[in-house]
Design a protein around this ligand. Sequence first.
Ligand SMILES: Cc1cc2nc3c(=O)[nH]c(=O)nc-3n(C[C@H](O)[C@H](O)[C@H](O)COP(=O)(O)O)c2cc1C
Length: 209
Amino acid sequence: MTRSASETPYVLVLFYSRHGATQEMAQQLAAGIESVAGIAARLRTVPPVSPTTEAVDPEIPAEGAVYATLDDLRHCHGLALGSPTRFGNMASPLKYFLDTTSELWMNGALTDKPATAFTSTASLHGGQEATLLTMLVPLLHHGMVYAGVPYRETQLLTTRSGGTPYGTSHLAGAKAERELDVDETALARAQGARLGCLALAMRSLHEEA
Ligand SMILES: Cc1cc2nc3c(=O)[nH]c(=O)nc-3n(C[C@H](O)[C@H](O)[C@H](O)COP(=O)(O)O)c2cc1C
């Protein structure tokens, strides 16, 4: 089930960020999405998880994006999924949220919608591509159509930091000392704009008439 055609379509930028680097990327992707006329970006995050489960986080976080709901995901027209790299994979809070999406999977709610992924690492060869490739797997299970970053974005050939054809990435540094640089910013924006265009173009595949 999707929203009716009259409501403004949006791309969900769903991310987890502990120290802010992935959040910075999410904001650049959102700016790219919003550069496309006719589509909005909706920024949402997920709460942290801990080995002890007695404490429950407040429903609204103290700062930043609000927590995602299944309805945010159900009604999106595209998805940008962002996570810090953790041992070459997405962070567990994001995986935990995705593990609650069985109902959407059973109903095919995300099928034929475009998706992309982005990540941030401490080190240059610390697993950016591995993380992006592992992040796309659950999206394929949901029937989403994965879109990376095409080589027409020439920064892919010249970047000395983040940026991959599998999705964008950011080298934050061992002490999180690096801001997004010019190439990383341009690639994240281009990735967002491309996803926005694809979301509009693919709308008729899954939206009710
Ligand atoms: C448990 C854990 C595992 C991590 N694994 C990696 C890794 O495999 N490669 C890497 O370069 N950085 C690794 N990092 C560092 C984070 O990916 C990096 O600091 C990232 O920029 C944090 O993003 P954030 O500011 O959005 O939280 C790890 C950090 C933690 C806490």
